[in-house]
Design a protein around this ligand. Sequence first.
Ligand SMILES: Nc1ncnc2c1ncn2[C@@H]1O[C@H](COP(=O)(O)OP(=O)(O)OP(=O)(O)O)[C@@H](O)[C@H]1O
Ligand SMILES: [Mg+2]
Length: 287
Amino acid sequence: MARRQAPASSACFPLPRLGGRYRWTIGRRLIASLLRTTACPLVRKCRCFITLDKIITLANSKGGVGKSTACVGLAGAYAKAGLRTHIVDLDGNRTISRWLANDKTRPVNLTVSAPDPQTLTEHLQETASRYAPNIILIDIAGSFEAALTIAIARAHLTIIPACTTEADIYEAARVARHIETVFAAFHRTPLYRLLATKVAPLPTHAQAHGFKEMARLKLPLLSTIIAQRAAYEEIGFSGLPPHFAEAGRATTAKAVAELDQLRLEIDALLADKLDDAAELTRTEASA
Ligand SMILES: Nc1ncnc2c1ncn2[C@@H]1O[C@H](COP(=O)(O)OP(=O)(O)OP(=O)(O)O)[C@@H](O)[C@H]1O
Ligand SMILES: [Mg+2]
């Protein structure tokens, strides 16, 4: 039987390899949850090796598809759910850093940093040590540049936001092929999904063509879609993700509902990936 490939997560960080039956992968989640509850400074120092549960990159080489918007919306959903959430802003335009610049309105458990993409690996370790985040979201620029490759190589999941236009889908397919190529070079299986963004609330023929094209190109699509809504458009002005915006408005409520659905869909995907990793470890241990 063909051996299954090792999960991407173990390649991303310098996790110790204990070998044999008690491999690190199996105990990592348990140890992480125990150690998170302690205030011991020594343990806090060690967190950099264990608390990076999820790293999600939002990538599309096409500009204006809604990467930064989806990133902040999703970050708001995780922060509202009580998770320490960190955004790494790798876009040279620093869009998210600008949107979330006001730390009086930004949720306390939502932090942002803007490192040089070349130092991403070191930066992720520093971030883990400093903030002990439960989840990291990486936002990149809408162009085909080195930062895109670096960010997808570090991610447990890459989300490719794309509107249902021909140009967006063309670029999304290009990014998908690039992800496959990068992971194949390291004999790893990537996890990536397309996210349909700015979807018109009333379906159009053009939109239907777009979804057909995604299916024709066999691009794996998240079932949650991000609709065209004022609640998303306002993020840049208010600095508030929908989960922290004016709750009484219909647009806010609808955005919150779809972002929660997106968060649950992503969590299920990542849980499957971690289960696969644990199963692989058990298989290897008993071989
Ligand atoms: N679901 C949405 N509904 C309405 N407006 C949206 C939605 N998503 C994004 N927008 C708007 O579209 C514009 C582009 O969005 P955004 O900046 O998130 O795209 P991007 O892919 O990050 O762009 P870039 O490649 O330039 O970084 C912004 O004005 C934003 O407010
Ligand atoms: Mg952006």
